[in-house]
Write a protein that binds this ligand. Structure first.
Ligand code: 1QQ
Length: 377
């Protein structure tokens, strides 16, 4: 018998802020209703990340509500953070206190999670990152989860492949110094370069919002590296790639998770050719589950999903599985189920979770070729 969320036969109205414990189950106790909040970068310079995440979540929502008919009905409440820490904090507060969600998916950026994760954790509400790849995300607290593959796994995979196949010896680094994700990615790139015995010929920074990278790139080019390692979000990252080619840099360019979005091709144009990135998801993967997802996504949106859509899609399957396991739309019970997740195979691959709930999985290395990412070989 479900003791929570009886929507009928209960004359006292549930309090508005009841810790998520009173979301509805149907009168017969059969169908659970669970309202899940989503905080995403839906407007501004990284809006294509949010758009991909929303598309992946809505596709999964339709599939799951159909498959779970009579057992579980999920609802998503989207909030736009604008990619800002303040925006993410406000959205998380609203979703927890006004919308009374059972859990939150997002926010998009690691920096937003570092700011808003503690708010959810304090309110004992599960918060589930689908694109936070920095070190330290899970250290925020035990209500914080993620299925996004950390850069500490993805970047070394890409760098090893690039060094092996291109014989790189000297690298230069450039990154956005006012973005937590970009700073973390830079640290991983630098540590990996040192570990691999590569010479670092130069380092430069910029800020998100910058549009002129000539000074930094001119200097880095003069240091004569074999490869340029770029840790940035797609907008600035793509402009950096474009400028580097305009300045005549002909070496390898390798980037982090920020580049895993088709906007790269729109902004960098032909300069994107040859760009190397590691990703946990490739729509080219010959796997039944992946191909079914790509087909459904293309049918609904008329384009291929990127890794942001894929990890978003997977996250709702994890939520569904965990809510059904909990048997009630309750924050604490859901947290317990999420914490028990040991393995999960989604369209973005097989994940297992370490004792700190960090995902461990495989990255594939891809290369930009004629307007899309294809396996790097
Ligand atoms: C992070 C990321 C970004 C690329 C998400 C858009 O990986 O902020 O952690």
């Amino acid at each position: 018998v479900l003791m929570v969320g009886c929507s009928s036969g209960n004359t006292s109205a549930p309090a508005a802020n009841d810790g998520g414990a009173k979301q509805e189950a149907s009168a017969d106790g059969q169908e659970l209703t669970a309202k899940i909040g989503v905080v995403s970068f839906l407007s501004g310079s990284g809006a294509a990340y949010g758009e991909a995440q929303k598309a992946g979540l809505e596709l999964a929502l339709g599939e799951l509500n159909e498959a779970n008919k009579g057992k579980l009905k999920m609802e998503l409440k989207f909030e736009d953070s604008g990619g800002e820490k303040e925006g993410a904090i406000n959205a998380v507060n609203k979703l927890i206190n006004q919308d009374n969600v059972v859990a939150i998916i997002g926010p998009t950026l690691s920096g937003e999670m570092f700011a808003a994760g503690p708010v959810a954790n304090e309110a004992e509400t599960p918060i589930f990152g689908i694109s936070n790849t920095s070190e330290g995300i899970n250290d925020i607290g035990e209500y914080v989860f993620r299925n996004s593959l950390p850069e500490s796994i993805a970047i070394p995979t890409a760098m090893k492949a690039a060094v092996e196949k291109k014989g790189l010896k000297k690298v230069a680094l450039i990154y956005a110094s006012n973005d937590d994700f970009s700073v973390n990615g830079y640290k991983v790139m630098k540590a990996t370069a040192e570990k691999m015995g590569l010479e670092i010929t130069g380092e430069a920074t910029f800020s998100n919002g910058d549009v002129d990278f000539s000074a930094q790139l001119t200097k880095l080019k003069q240091s004569n590296p074999d490869a340029l390692l770029v840790s940035a979000l797609y907008k600035e990252g793509s402009m950096v790639v474009k400028k580097a080619r305009e300045l005549g840099f002909t070496g390898t360019i390798l980037g982090g998770n920020g580049f895993n979005n088709p906007k790269v091709f729109e902004i960098a144009g032909p300069a994107a050719e040859g760009l190397i990135v590691a990703t946990p998801f490739s729509p080219e993967k010959q796997d039944d589950k992946v191909q079914a997802f790509v087909k459904a996504f293309e049918a609904k949106y008329n384009k291929k999903p990127d890794q942001f859509a894929a990890q978003a899609y997977d996250s709702l399957y994890i939520m569904s599985q965990s809510l059904l396991g909990a048997g009630k739309a309750d924050r604490e019970a859901l947290r317990g189920q999420l914490a028990q997740l040991k393995d999960f195979t989604g369209v973005s691959g097989k994940l297992s979770f370490d004792e700190k709930r960090n995902p461990i999985g495989d990255a594939v290395v891809v290369e930009a070729k004629e307007g899309k990412f294809v396996p790097f070989e």
